[in-house]
Structure formats: structure tokens, C-alpha cells
Ligand binder design. Sequence first.
Ligand SMILES: [Zn+2]
Length: 294
Amino acid sequence: MCPTCKNEFHLIKRGFYRRPSDQKKVQRYFCKSCKKSFSEQTYAMDFRQQKRWFNQSCFLTLCSGVSQRRTAYIFQVVPRTIARRVKKFGEICEKNLSEYREIRAKVHEVEFDEMESFIHSKLKPVTIPIAVEKGTRKVLALAIGNIGAKGHLKHLSIQKYGRRPSERLFALKNLAKSLQTCVATDARLSSDKCPLYPNLIRNYFPTASHYTCKGARGAVVGLGELKKTVFDPIFTLNHTYAMFRDNLKTLSRRTWATAKRKDRLLLLLNIYAWFHNLWLDRHVAKPRLDVYYG
Ligand SMILES: [Zn+2]
């Protein structure tokens, strides 16, 4: 397809060029209707990248509990390069995740809940609602939204940053909207006993059944998600949360590597969610950023 006039027919091959970064021969195309040319790289994931050799290892490193600065140090690139890759990878992974929701078979058992983190300081908390499929532990959808600080930080937060409007319901609605494409009509949704959830489920999944359970105290030091109870009804979800915390440096507790921007944290979450789904299928193929499902 021509990137200028979007036409798919009046295209001819027109020579090659040798890419300076890795000496690969790249096919050029010419569009006869708008007289513009483009190449097979135009739609490639590594279009206009100089350091395309480390994309795959960068993806794996970012999803292995390494900070962005340390990733830059490992690959001997400047931190800005990693920041750009995070943006690029995040967009790809978000697209992959939404395509995955559309092509996969309908899910019958979903667990969802919210995880909390913060942007820059504990005075600016965010909520991260995530939905996973029970059993396979695959991440189906996620969202992010600002929330107000709680407890003894509430007063200080208002004093320092003003009242931050809560985007909790907005984030939950975003999650529900994305979930609608992949959840079966007679699905069973499990969550904890948050008063916001029943209404949300009635609106978005009128025929699904909703099962709630009481939240329990955390067990492992620093992992509030892994519960001490003998049987945790939303274990799949809490296990996934614990994996997010362990493998994304910005989410780990008492970390120095705090997220600085909400949109960038969402990109990182999408990257990890996609990695997580590929990782669960690792007996089929190694997790690769440029491989699609289906
Ligand atoms: Zn054209």
C-alpha cells in the first residue's frame, strides 16, 4: 500500500538500497498514481532506527526487572534511545494485545482487580485495573488512572499538588470496554468486594455472573498480592500482579526507579502484559516482540 495516497494497485518495484546500519538490501517501490516512492521498511517495526540489532534483547531486558537507565548501560546506548524504544514497543504491544482480544476464543472465566502504584511520588498514586483469564493467567486488558492519596498522605498531597480528580471509574470503564470484545455472554467474573464493581458489570456485561470474595492480607514480604489464606479465590490475578511487580522495575516496591509519566507507565504495562502472554506460551516459541498471535 502506498503511504501517501493509500492505493494498493499502481505500484511497481524500483530497485534496492543498501541499509547503512546492517548492510541489508531493502526493496524500493514506486507508486504510479502519485509518483512517490517508498520501501519495504516504511511499514516495518524498525523503520528509521539505527540500532535495530538490540530491539529483541531490549524488550526482554525491560520485562526482566531492569530499569531503563540500566538497560541503556547494558546495551551501551543513551537513555533517550531506550525511552524511544519504550514508546515504540508500548504502541506495538498495545496493538498486539487488542488484536489478541479480537481473534482469541471467548473467555468464560475472568478475574479482575486494581493494583496501586504512583507517578513520581507516593503523593500521586495511580490505580491499575487488570483483567486476566482464570487458569491460563493470560492478561486480557489493562488500564490506568489517577486516584487521590489515602491515609496520612492525603492532606500533604492536597497541599502540594492540589486536588487530583479521581479517574478510577474512567479507568474501570476503559477496562470493561476493552474486555467486551473477548468475554463470553455467560462468563463468570470474579473480583473483590469493591462497591464500584457490581454496577460496572451490570452496565457492561448484563448477562455475565459476578462473584465477589473478601480481600486478604499479603503474605510474602513486599508482595501484598500473594495472600496468606489457604485458598485465594482470585489467585490467578494476584499471582499476575506479583509478576508485574517483580518484572517491571517501576512497579517494584521501595524502588528508586519511579515512573515519571502516566502515559509512559501505561506503555510499560502494555509491554509487560504482552511479554507475559508470550512467556506463558514459551513452550511453543520464544517471546519475540515482532511475532504476532494467530
Ligand atoms: Zn501513491
